[in-house]
Design a protein around this ligand. Structure first.
Ligand code: G16
Length: 544
């Protein structure tokens, strides 16, 4: 068990994206690729001697191999303790929970979120800091800087750790604790929500729910919490066994990929409540019988009803949303008289606001919602929050959504994704559009007047760090917006995301079809950025 130093050469493509480093499995399998990134993480963190590290992942292909490599390198680099989920499993929210609970100095999470898995699929790695949240840009950029100059990495010449046995082992000078990946997280959920009210709801006549684990990490968590602790009938959780290739599926909980659930929820015999989570358990999709709740509306509705839930009944301090998320939550914050923040895309931008106590709830259009209970977005938490509201209000999901619109008005909202376009055309499209923005304010377009047009830049109110180049925004005098961004999570070519929103307060116009309502803005978005002309695409790959 000697510590060995291995010579290596830098890779040029290890800059972390929106949420860590995500690449094809085959890229990670290159000799020293993972090792270089992990050593660069440790170098960027500085003094890690004697620290505790949490390690776990979403169970996708290459998870356990990566964990063995990481543990040996952690021991060789001076960590004194590693805490690892049994079988190498930890959902992203559970990892955040245990980092906080065991006062670890940080954690390494292995996941490419909702991206498909398997030998030809995607893999990913990210570092979370001691508050349980994703490392801020200052750390991810420092990691990237080290990846460009790395010459050696340190590891241990030792046998693998037994990941399947709960208990303590040693690896060199480091203690390795294999823990149950579910219980700490499930206990936290029981502290936040009224489990007794939810239990009564789930047992009540006529109430039926379905949760789709999409063969990813949340299946065992959902079975433990919904079926065991809350008494939902066995079978409530479908696709509940995590598989290394996610059953060849695409565990992205949206209307396109959660097809089995969506078909059931829009059938004649639909359950009252349906939900799904993603590969690593941090995303959520909420459905009622024949109703899809947009993630932006879901955030607003959770905020407006938070007083009904034990953990939040003393009030919220504020709400934060990512810039492209609809402005629905802002209206709730205004009514509650609390702070409201607009941050760039990426959960890491919520960390400082949560730590400072400026906000209690956060959310993103990309099916992410969470609160100050941890520092990641949390899929099952959102499901339990909705169940708690349903248990207290005793109304259907549809009624709750409609009443919300009557009270606050409706932000019609859609996202159009153009996936797999050539990276240089995508960058050129954004550059050329940005050059035109200054001429837009004051112009009449799509029967509205442009109020502002800019490239979103964010100054963190806590540490004053500036994050620029966060998406092109065109805002109109009636509150409508068109936003363009290039995704930071894809692994092939570029994905252009176009986010379109328009507000309606007239109570006779709240039940229209979203794409039709937004038709003029959708056309305008194409025309201004010349999407069809430049990409040859006549329609988006995914419409949400
Ligand atoms: C990650 C981030 C989210 C972000 C999402 C989409 O989610 O944590 O904050 O909204 O990616 O990012 P992009 O639009 O750049 O693709 P996840 O669930 O993939 O980890």
């Amino acid at each position: 068990m000697a510590i060995v130093s291995i010579e290596t050469n830098p890779f040029s493509d290890q800059r972390p994206g929106t949420s860590g480093l995500r690449k094809k499995v085959t890229v990670f399998q290159q000799q020293n690729y993972l090792e270089n990134f992990v050593q660069s993480m440790f170098n960027a963190l500085g003094n890690i001697q004697g620290n505790t590290l949490i390690v776990g992942g979403d169970g996708r292909f290459y998870n356990t191999e990566a964990i063995q490599t990481i543990l040996k390198m952690a021991a060789a680099n001076g960590y004194s303790r590693a805490i690892v989920g049994k079988d190498g499993l930890l959902s992203t929210p559970a990892a955040s929970c245990v980092i906080r609970k065991y006062h670890a100095s940080g954690g390494i999470i292995l996941s490419a979120s909702h991206n498909p898995a398997g030998p030809t699929g995607d893999f990913g790695i990210k570092y979370n800091v001691s508050n349980g949240g994703p490392a801020p840009e200052s750390i991810t950029e420092a990691i990237f800087d080290y990846t460009k100059i790395i010459k050696h990495y340190k590891t241990l010449d030792d046998t693998d750790v037994e990941l399947c046995t709960i208990g303590q082992q040693s690896l060199g000078q480091m203690t390795v604790d294999i823990i149950d990946p579910i219980s700490d997280y499930a206990d936290l959920m029981a502290e936040l929500f009224d489990f007794s009210a939810i239990r009564t709801l789930l047992a009540s006549n006529g109430f039926k729910m379905r949760f789709d684990g999409m063969h990813a990490i949340t299946g065992p968590y959902a079975k433990e919490i919904l079926e065991k602790r809350l008494g939902a009938p066995v079978g409530t959780v479908i696709n509940g066994i995590p598989l290394p290739d996610f059953g060849n599926g695409h565990p992205d909980p949206n209307l396109t990929y959660a097809k089995e659930l969506v078909d059931e929820m829009f059938s004649d015999n639909a359950p009252v409540f349906g939900a799904a989570s993603d590969g690593d358990g941090d995303r959520n999709m909420i459905l009622g019988a024949n109703t899809f709740v947009t993630p932006s509306d879901s955030l607003a509705i959770l905020a407006a009803n938070a007083h009904l839930v034990p953990a939040y009944n003393k009030g919220l301090t504020g709400i934060a949303r990512s810039m492209p998320t609809s402005q629905a939550a802002d209206r709730v914050a205004e009514k509650l008289g609390i702070e409201s923040h607009e941050t760039p895309t990426g959960w890491k931008f919520f960390g400082n606001l949560l730590d400072a106590g400026s906000v209690t709830l956060c959310g993103e259009e990309s099916f992410g919602t969470g609160s100050n209970h941890i520092r990641e977005k949390d899929g099952l938490w959102a499901v339990l929050f909705w169940l708690n509201i349903l248990a207290v209000r005793k109304q259907s999901v549809t009624d709750i959504v409609e009443q919300h619109w009557y009270q606050f008005g409706r932000n019609y909202y859609t996202r159009h994704d153009y996936e797999g376009i050539a990276s240089d055309s995508a960058v050129q499209l954004m550059t050329d559009l940005e050059a035109k923005l200054a001429s837009f304010p004051g112009k009449a377009l799509a029967n509205r007047t442009v109020s502002y047009a800019d490239n979103f830049s964010y100054t963190d109110p806590v540490d004053n760090c500036v994050s620029s180049n966060q998406g092109l925004r065109i805002g109109f005098d009636d509150g409508a917006r068109i936003i363009y961004r290039l995704s930071g999570t894809g692994t092939e070519g570029a994905t252009l995301r176009v986010y379109i929103e328009s507000y309606q307060a007239d109570s006779t116009l709240l039940h229209l079809e979203t794409q039709s309502v937004l038709q003029d803005l959708i056309h305008l978005a194409d025309e201004l950025a010349e999407i069809t002309l430049r990409t040859g695409r006549t329609e988006p790959t995914v419409i949400t």
